[in-house]
Design a protein around this ligand. Structure first.
Ligand code: NAD
Length: 297
């Protein structure tokens, strides 16, 4: 069994790493925050002092970091993965980053003989805990086949989408669909409330029809119970839509709905809601209609 290095033990990385330990893999972990490292040690993992040490002690290195600059720094910076890496190693970045940066990092690690896959995920914290994430992968097929058993300990599906960067293009598509779904759900539940109809009954009535979705079932209950604890933070979704706008403009594919969703997220930032779950998008529509969507007890 491969020795796995795991860097970035946040909301997503911590349960993903725990599932690999549970599956019997030998894990070496690192995060700049000590709390989750201690939790992984208690679960049976070893820890390292930096990303370089993680790479030196592993056959496969996985990162789960916030955004493109973090991945650049952790892989290419001083004390980073590349310094500890050797030829033949596989590096899998599971963060959601700009596909162009994924390609840049791949070109840099390839010079040392390291094979890189970009493999962002969808499903949020609950599916990270269950090990049922949807994983979208870019990179060479042979490396994908090699790490597929590892990916399937964290996810229910792992699909090879195309060359390096394709995983993140798929993830940007995913994030557009999710943001617009939450916005549509919010607008609809605000309308129901303003029209004097119980929004929870409306949710129950429509969830089995064409409007039903994973997003609706994950986020409507949060809105109705006024629980905006992340989950997936507004600031991370803002990052994803910024990457989506840049990637779309770079290839000449206008994204008018995404730009509207981005402005909604900007308004929520002004309201100090960046650290809340993205179900907090409902606040934007509530403000417009001067009403609050909640369970009628
Ligand atoms: P998070 O902020 O909770 O976790 C990121 C972790 O990386 C933190 O523990 C942080 O300390 C660590 N880190 C940052 N810089 C570091 C460095 N230089 N060296 C070592 N560790 C470092 O974020 P998250 O919610 O776990 O998301 C991670 C990635 O997954 C993001 O790209 C996000 O967009 C994506 N994602 C998140 C969700 C979700 O629901 N939270 C769902 C799908 C995808």
């Amino acid at each position: 069994m491969e020795r796995i290095g795991f860097i970035g033990l946040g909301i997503m990385g911590k349960p993903m790493a725990k599932n690999l330990v549970k599956a019997g893999y030998s894990l070496v972990v690192f995060d700049i925050v000590p709390g989750p490292v201690k939790e992984l040690e208690a679960a049976g993992a070893k820890s390292a002092g930096n990303a370089k040490e993680v790479a030196a002690a592993s056959d496969v290195v996985i990162t789960m970091l916030p955004n493109s600059p973090d991945v650049r720094e952790v892989v290419l910076g001083a004390g980073g993965v590349l310094e500890g890496a050797r030829s033949g190693q596989v590096y899998v970045d599971m963060s959601s980053i700009d596909p162009i940066v994924a390609r840049e990092v791949e070109a840099a690690v390839r010079k040392k003989g390291v094979v890189m896959l970009d493999a962002p995920v969808s499903g949020g914290e609950p599916k990270a805990i269950e090990g049922t994430l949807a994983i979208m992968v870019g990179g060479p097929a042979d490396a994908f086949e090699k790490v597929q058993p590892i990916l399937l300990k964290m996810g229910a599906s792992a699909v090879l989408v195309g060359e390096i960067g394709s995983g993140n293009v798929a993830k940007l598509a995913n994030q557009i669909v999710v943001a617009l779904n939450i916005a549509a759900m919010s607008e609809a539940l605000v309308l129901a409330t303003k029209a004097g109809v119980d929004p929870e009954k409306v949710y129950q009535a429509i969830r089995g029809g064409l409007a039903g979705s994973t997003v609706l079932d994950a986020k409507a209950p949060m809105v109705l119970s006024r629980n905006f604890k992340p989950g997936f933070r507004i600031e991370l979704h803002t990052k994803d839509l910024a990457n989506a706008l840049a990637a779309a403009h770079a290839v000449g594919s206008p994204v008018p709905l995404t730009s509207q969703a981005m402005e909604i997220l900007q308004a929520l930032k002004v309201d100090g809601r960046e650290k809340e779950d993205h179900s907090s998008i409902v606040h934007f529509f509530e403000k417009l209609a001067n009403v609050e969507v909640k369970k009628v007890s």
